[in-house]
Design a protein around this ligand. Structure first.
Ligand code: TSB
Ligand code: ZN
Length: 639
């Protein structure tokens, strides 16, 4: 007999070799129905794995997050078995459960296409009907190596396990896999699943080691849960900026242009230009001065700033010409420091706020690149503020509030504010405890005094100082940083920046780095997703589409209208193509153009317009004057 201590503190005696399944049945039949696995001491046990000694036991039921993981991991195995039946040469890399499902990496000569997913699903259903048990077995390292001797992937994984660790394998029918476990015990428990997509993935994430084919899937305990999840995925896909960016002709990525090096198309460029004018005005009002500095700098510049020792991994490699080394800049702060240094500064000159729309390049890992959200060439709405110590609070707060204004004008939704602090990784952050403590405590007390709710993230600071980051949630449910205010005592040291104080002595200024509304690239991804591609009028690439009912009869009036709009700086376009009216209207709808003006006899005779707003059914007729006022008010108020 062994003693089993349950969650509620009670202790029960069972025969040695008892399983979670039996304990659950013994406790209650409803519990037995819901149970998926169990924690035995701190190890996850399958329902059918024998318990051999006195243990603490917690039963994992379908409602626990762990159960979702177990189910999905089991479904990954099931999928692998089906794949192996269909493509017998298949070998398998790793196949974990992930946040919303699972994947498995597969090596096979067969090029798996979308159309194969249904076949694989069908084979999986067959194995489910066979009610195949998934049983666990423990091997020594030697036995395991022999068992997988023809499998280079599993052999590599086994070799990496600690010498003394028992190695478990799982057998389900003819299929055997190396696995730590947590399985549902029998394929019959897997019911509601779907294979979703195929992607390439490097073995161990290493691009030198060959590409595997990764199949993603998801598995749920009920039909409703699966259907709900598929609906969420559909909605996400419809909102995904990569899809919208293509449909609305905003940007283009091309492997020959280079990964993460986006090209802006006319529609995208127009929005970007509007935003640039907006930012320029906003910053002028807030006392910023605009400058422009080169995209290329000497390596020396980045050695002085500290980027070379802390940020080199994120930079493109050095270019060498005429005995000099150059790099593409990853940030503009060093140039701005040089601009500050170009004159003698007195305490009366401060704060100095330099803003620049900065094009910069970062070497982001290819696996991390995501549409416009994470790119390698980007243009940042940047600024560096050079301030006295007594101005820090006021200036950080003003920068933060300016960010909020911009976010509000753009109508964007933020997820949360993050205070990013350093950890004690000496390689990652500059090494001066006193400066770090000062900068971190200043930002913290400012957030607290202003009652700004925030989440602290240790280890996420910039190498030169702590940051206040404004975080946004993407369609794919990732959290990314949009805006940032960063406090930096390092740059002024490294460049030996100073100003003459009212005591006649030299003093060090402090630098505040500020990213207003991210890079144009990331901002565009956020705008596309939050507006589902339907830009507010002031931002829309085309604000009005004019469609004459009959080109011959109404074309001249339509053209005159179009000219007047353009004279008023309204982005209007005229559709004079030889197409059916209905077709033109539908196309303007799919392009999500805010206003369509259909011009017929009535409009011509009354000097009026009839418009239909995007997404609305009703048509409204206004006098020409009234429509001008209406649309200009829309643009002015950014509604
Ligand atoms: C604000 N030196 C500071 C600057 O003065 C700086 O570069 N900070 S940053 O590294 O945090 O980047 C600023 C912003 O650029 C980020 O908040 C983020 O919104 C955006 N960004 C960063 N990396 C990428 C990328 N790979 N693709 C698109 N946008 C990016
Ligand atoms: Zn900076």
């Amino acid at each position: 007999m062994i003693e089993i201590r349950l969650n509620d503190g009670s202790v029960k005696n069972y025969d040695k070799g008892i399983t979670i399944e039996h304990i659950a049945k013994d406790l209650s039949s409803s519990l037995a129905k819901k149970s998926i696995a169990g924690w035995v001491n701190d190890e996850l046990y399958d329902l059918n794995r024998p318990i051999l000694s006195n243990s603490r036991v917690t039963i994992v039921t379908k409602d626990d997050a762990k159960a979702f993981e177990v189910l999905n991991h089991s479904t990954a195995h099931l999928m692998a078995q089906a794949v192996k039946r269909l493509y017998p040469d298949a070998q398998f890399g790793v196949g974990p459960a992930i946040k919303e499902g699972f994947y498995y990496d597969i090596a096979t000569a067969h090029k798996i296409g979308e159309e194969d997913l249904a076949l694989i699903e069908k084979e999986m259903r067959k194995i489910i009907q066979e009610q195949t048990p998934m049983s666990r077995q423990v091997l020594t390292r030697q036995e395991a190596l022999e068992r997988f001797e023809n499998d280079p992937f599993k052999t590599e994984l086994i070799q990496e396990l600690p010498e003394d660790e028992p190695i478990s394998i799982y057998t389900q029918g003819e299929f055997v896999d190396l696995c730590r476990g947590g399985h549902v015990g029998n394929t019959k428990h897997i019911k509601f699943f779907k294979l979703l997509s195929i992607a390439g993935a490097y073995w161990r994430g290493d691009s030198d080691r060959g590409m595997l084919q990764r199949i993603y899937g998801t598995s749920w305990f009920t039909k409703e849960a699966l259907e709900n999840h598929l609906k969420v995925l559909e909605e996400r896909k419809a909102r995904d900026h990569r899809k919208l960016g293509k449909e609305l002709r905003i940007f283009e990525l091309n492997r020959d242009a280079g990964q993460g090096l986006a090209m802006w198309l006319p529609n995208g460029y127009t929005v970007r230009k509007v935003l640039e004018d907006y930012v320029y005005k906003l910053e002028r009002k807030a006392g910023y001065k605009h400058i422009s500095t080169p995209i290329l700098g000497t390596k020396r510049l980045y050695e002085i700033s500290g980027h070379w020792s802390h940020y080199r991994e994120n930079m493109f490699p050095v270019m060498h010409r005429d005995g000099e080394d150059f790099v593409l800049r990853p940030m503009s702060c060093p140039h701005h420091a040089l601009v500050y240094q170009s004159e003698l500064r007195s305490y009366r000159d401060l704060p100095i706020r330099y803003a620049e729309i900065v094009t910069q390049h970062r070497y982001e890992a290819s696996g991390a690149l995501t549409g416009l959200e994470r790119v390698r060439a980007m243009t940042l709405t940047d600024a560096h503020l050079f301030v006295r110590e007594d101005q820090i609070k006021e200036e950080v707060l003003a920068a933060y509030n300016l960010i909020l204004t911009a976010i509000q004008d753009l109508g964007l939704e933020i997820d949360y504010v993050e205070l990013a602090l350093r950890d004690h990784d000496k390689g990652k952050f500059h090494d001066n405890d006193a400066l770090w403590d000062l900068a971190e405590s200043m930002l913290k007390s400012l957030l607290e005094e202003e009652n700004i709710e925030y989440i602290e993230m240790v280890g996420e600071a910039a190498f030169y100082g702590p940051k206040i980051d404004i975080q946004v949630r993407t369609a794919m449910d990732h959290v990314i940083t949009m805006s940032t205010v960063q406090l930096d005592f390092l740059l002024p040291e490294n460049f030996d920046l100073n100003y003459i104080g009212n005591d006649g002595e030299k003093h060090r200024p402090v630098v505040i780095h500020r990213g207003l509304i991210s890079t144009w690239e990331r901002l565009m991804s956020i705008l596309l997703e939050q507006y589902k591609g339907a830009f507010p009028t002031w931002l829309a690439p085309v604000q009005i589409k004019i469609i004459p009912v009959n080109t011959e009869a109404h074309g001249t009036y339509a053209k005159a209208l179009n000219d007047q709009f353009i004279d008023l700086d309204i982005r209007s376009e005229l559709d004079l193509r030889e197409e059916k009216l209905g077709y033109k209207i539908r196309e303007a709808q799919t392009q999500k153009i805010p206003y369509q003006l259909v011009i017929g006899d009535e409009e011509l005779n009354n000097n009026s317009v009839t418009y239909r707003a995007y997404g609305k059914k009703e048509q409204v007729t206004l006098s020409l004057e009234a429509f001008f006022d209406f649309i200009q008010a829309q643009i002015r108020t950014k509604k």
